[in-house]
Design a binder for this molecule. Structure first.
Ligand code: PLP
Length: 429
């Protein structure tokens, strides 16, 4: 139970917090879906972030430049297409705490993880296991299993799934450490999330990296739920690689172009890699020589020229992160927002909901995962009741509701509206 003398469960208090919030103006940069005469209480930015207002014009500009310039848009568009992926590089690097050479926007998340595993999962007969968490997102489990099979090993033996050991389903650092001490010499790759999608647990990337490297394992992170949520410091954490999607906290739209990180220590390393012309050194790419001359850093993993219409929203969205003052300022607001939501649940809704996400602020991001005490059918009934009230969270089978007040566009008033709507739920009848 969180004892907190600061928070109040009344609308005046919540509105006063919002009025004093230096980031409040950013909410108006987003299109919040309507509900009745008002707006939804949108607490599902962990699943699909809202559309930044500037996206529509950015797309129209690209369509106009294409109409006006044809092929010459590669060099003469307002945002020239040829180096377009470089326009998002600094913004992406800032959001994940990387050096510019370490990041690239390309493909989608699962594709990027496969491409990175080609380089960083190099199994040998003594060392071919991949360590993931039990209840990993299905795509992560699929990609790890299929990579194991692709190399001729058997996932039944080579995919190690770490069981949660804390109430609520979180995984302690000591459990990770024990697994690495016990199996480390047979593990080729540790592949864990930055924030676990189901429990909302945030992991200590630097600590996991140290433990994994001490055993000689490669280590990579799936940051689907961490990018744009946590104040990441990927370079300092020292992991070998990471990848994330951009449609969750990064608000770049459905199926948006994903990101990838390769640590600077590998920037010029000779690594096995699936290659394509966009991974070539820019200086020599258009000389059409037979030999692959790789670009330095993460760019070398690119295969194709970038999808401009899909990248434009990411460029707009990253500008908003910069305007917010970066992840440090967003994270400061996020901690208070999520603490407020947790306090409301624990003090007002404890008879109905149980929080599964760790309570320590460093062990969670924006998202809280809650279980409905009355069971799965009640949970779905509560979820439907909330949707009818215009309060959007999301539902993960079998019995978890996820709610994520995101600091770019959510407010204290949104958290209070959620609590009020849950209180108004009549239960199953
Ligand atoms: C959202 C999510 C994905 C989605 O993968 P796509 O390739 O973008 O479809 C994968 N893994 C995790 C952990 C996710 O949360």
């Amino acid at each position: 139970m969180v004892l907190n003398t600061e928070f109040r469960a009344d609308p005046e208090w919540a509105e006063a917090q919002d009025a004093a919030d230096p980031l409040q103006a950013l909410r108006h940069e987003f299109l919040v879906p309507p509900h009745g005469d008002g707006e939804q209480t949108y607490l599902v930015g962990n699943s699909l972030g809202l559309q930044p207002r500037g996206v529509r014009q950015a797309l129209l500009d690209e369509l106009d430049d294409w109409a006006r310039l044809g092929v010459e848009g590669h060099l003469h568009a307002r945002h020239p297409w040829l180096p377009y992926h470089a326009e998002v590089r600094n913004g992406l690097a800032a959001v994940v705490g990387a050096e510019p050479v370490e990041v690239v926007a390309m493909n989608s998340l699962t594709v990027n993880l496969h491409l990175l595993l080609v380089s960083f999962y190099r199994p040998t007969s003594d060392r071919h296991a991949i360590l993931i968490e039990r209840h990993a997102f299905p795509s992560d489990r699929d990609l790890a299993s299929s990579q194991i099979r692709y190399h001729g090993y058997d996932p039944a033996q080579a995919l190690i799934e770490l069981d949660p050991d804390e109430p609520g389903g979180a995984l302690s650092m000591s459990a990770i450490e024990r697994a690495l001490v016990e199996h480390g010499k047979s593990i080729a790759l540790v592949l864990l999330p930055g924030v676990q999608y189901l429990t909302g647990q945030a992991f200590d990337l630097a600590a996991i990296t140290r433990l994994a490297h001490a055993q000689g394992c490669m280590v990579g992170f799936d940051l689907a739920h961490a990018a744009g949520n946590l104040d990441l410091a990927l370079h300092d954490a020292g992991c070998d690689f990471a990848a994330w999607c951009s449609y969750k906290y990064l608000n770049a739209g459905p199926g948006a172009v994903a990101g990838a990180f390769v640590h600077a220590r590998h920037a010029r390393a000779k690594l096995p890699r699936f290659e394509g012309w966009w991974g070539r050194n820019e200086e020599t790419r258009f000389q059409m020589q037979p030999a692959f001359d790789p670009a330095a850093g993460a760019d070398a993993w690119q295969l194709s020229n970038p999808p401009i219409l899909a990248l434009a929203p990411l460029r707009v969205s990253l500008d908003l992160f910069q305007r917010a003052g970066g992840m440090t300022s967003l994270r400061a607001k996020s901690r208070r927002l999520t603490a407020y939501l947790a306090w409301l649940i624990e003090t007002r809704l404890a008879d109905k909901l149980e929080i599964l996400t760790p309570s320590a602020p460093d062990r969670r991001g924006a998202q809280l995962s809650v279980r409905v005490r009355a069971g799965r059918d009640a949970g779905k009934s509560l979820f439907d009741h909330l949707v009818a009230q215009g309060v959007l969270g999301d539902w993960r089978e079998p019995d978890v509701m996820r709610i994520a007040p995101t600091p770019l566009y959510n407010s204290f008033a949104d958290c209070l509206r959620y609590a009020t709507a849950v209180q108004a739920w009549p239960g199953i009848r």
